[in-house]
Design a protein around this ligand. Structure first.
Ligand code: ADQ
Length: 467
């Protein structure tokens, strides 16, 4: 215990992907993404380790170092993946925490697997953390870890950050074993959320379910103080800016515009294929605009890039079928030979390709039914060094609180979605530039590095680090 790591990140996934090297052998490379780029330098300079799953079932990869980060894999069997990950995490907690956009499924064996896997994460962390170390646990797959870890290692300073929304009390109350989940989180010293409302929901729940008495942003539990506060996550602004300035990326952006038809205006959606992202509603709204003649196939084109996600979960397969059917219908009805209104890519794209798309776009559509934050909105804004391009943004994203100069819409209301799309297309260039400039100022002042430092400073001393 004594000679372990003084800073430990605990997350469902390790920050690495398995790739095939030039010699054909398997190797690990660092995953792209803001969270990893924010935490990797901190982990490196503070003697840090990262506890998580490799992403492959029945993988017995041992501890190793990748790009200066010490990795401690937690193995999951195929049954763990099925029950803990696809079951309790993604078919129970995910839909319930996103306002029941889909119906959550409750299964006893999933809850048991979730508890067992959370315990393994807590045990692995207890083994690698040095005396008095700082531990940062992430997200809804690991809600029980803070309390489990505290009982194994009361000497640790434990922070938890929830990347998705925290539901209102009435919704949380529907969960079987709800008090145990809440106690899991209360094992932390600091519980961080994307929005102040989520922190309030959490504190209210502690009052209702356990009879605790929250004061301001904290609550006393088992003789300790637990602080609950909002830390809106962000992106690696410098990295997106660098890509947007790259001549190859700009060339690719021009090529995309030419391929789609230079005289057509481009609307873009970029999401994981997830029912929370409102892809279906967005495509439907676009179809109605074509049907009504508000826009035509000669004037506009929609590109929807949807990364395959959780494809073994039935609700995700069904969503894919519905979206593909609707895209096919719209293209069949309104397309011409060599020119279709919707380009649908069920693919993951490199950061370079995404930024090239962002740069080619006239109107970015970020319209989730519910989203903790939504990084795509911030990436789009950070990419637009030219201060052009409009953002249509759902009110039900965490990002809407910061990017209120976007064209805000209620994606549950197809008429309002259509109104937002048309308003963004019709807005005069100078109005769009003013909106974009304000949004860029916000994103530039709050990047992911600042987010991580603020969380860790608050974990260190909540009274000194007022946010
Ligand atoms: P996600 O639900 O995954 O994250 P989001 O915040 O939009 O959603 O992040 C998605 C990331 O994946 C972005 O960086 C985006 O560029 C990338 N991506 C999306 N589509 C892609 C594609 N086709 N190809 C390649 N990359 C793609 C969860 C919560 C969010 C919260 C984040 C971070 O649901 O609300 O913002 O965590 O806390």
């Amino acid at each position: 215990m004594g000679d372990g790591y003084s800073f430990v990140v605990v997350a469902n996934r390790l920050p690495v992907d398995r790739t095939t090297g030039e010699d054909g052998g398997q190797q690990w490379t660092r995953s792209p993404g803001g969270l990893v780029s924010a935490l990797a330098p901190i982990a490196r300079t503070s003697g840090g380790a990262w506890v998580g799953w490799t992403g492959a079932a029945d993988d017995d990869t041992g501890p190793q170092e990748v790009d200066g980060i010490q990795l401690r894999p937690v193995p999951l069997s195929a049954q763990d993946v099925d029950q803990y990950y696809e079951g309790q995490s993604n078919s129970t907690i995910w839909p319930l925490f996103h306002d029941l956009v889909e119906q959550p499924v409750h299964r006893r064996e999933w809850r048991q697997a979730y508890e067992a896997v959370n315990r393994r994460f807590a045990e692995a962390t207890a083994e690698v953390a040095a005396d008095g170390a700082t531990v940062w646990v992430h997200d809804y797959q690991l809600l029980l870890v803070p309390a489990m870890l505290r009982s194994l290692r009361p000497d640790l300073r434990i922070g938890f950050f929830l990347h998705i929304p925290f539901p209102p009390v009435e919704l949380f109350m529907q969960l079987p074993r709800r008090a145990e989940l809440l106690r899991g989180l209360l094992g932390a010293d600091l519980v961080g959320f994307q929005r102040p409302l989520a922190a309030q929901n959490f504190l209210q729940l502690a009052g209702r379910l356990l009879g605790l008495q929250p004061h301001d942003d904290r609550v006393c539990y088992e003789g300790r103080t637990v602080v609950a506060r909002a830390f809106p996550i962000s992106i690696d602004v410098g990295e997106i800016d660098r890509l947007a300035a790259d001549p190859d990326v700009q060339l690719e952006s021009e090529r995309l515009r030419a391929d789609l038809g230079d005289n057509r205006r481009l609307l873009l959606g970029v999401d994981r294929l997830d029912y929370t992202k409102g892809i279906e509603q967005r495509v439907e709204a676009f179809g109605e605009l074509l049907a009504e003649g508000a826009v035509s196939n000669d004037e506009v084109v929609l590109v929807q890039v949807a990364t395959p996600s959780r494809m073994r979960v039935a609700q995700y397969q069904q969503l894919r079928e519905r979206v593909e059917r609707e895209v096919g219908r719209i293209n069949g009805e309104y397309g011409a030979v060599g020119r279709v209104p919707v380009h649908y890519l069920f693919q993951s794209r490199s950061p370079e390709e995404l930024v090239a798309l962002y740069l080619a776009t006239d109107v970015m559509l970020v319209t989730p039914l519910r989203d903790g934050m939504n990084l795509v909105a911030k990436e789009f804004v950070a990419a637009r060094r030219d201060e052009l391009g409009a953002l249509v943004l759902s009110e039900f994203t965490g990002a809407a609180a910061e990017l209120d100069d976007a064209f805000l819409v209620n994606p549950h209301d197809v008429e309002d979605l259509k109104r937002g799309m048309v308003a963004a297309l019709d807005a005069p260039p100078d109005e769009r530039a003013v909106r974009m400039r304000r949004m860029r100022a916000r994103v530039h002042g709050h990047d992911v590095d600042r987010w991580a430092r603020q969380f860790l400073a608050t974990l260190d001393d909540p009274d000194r680090a007022e946010t």
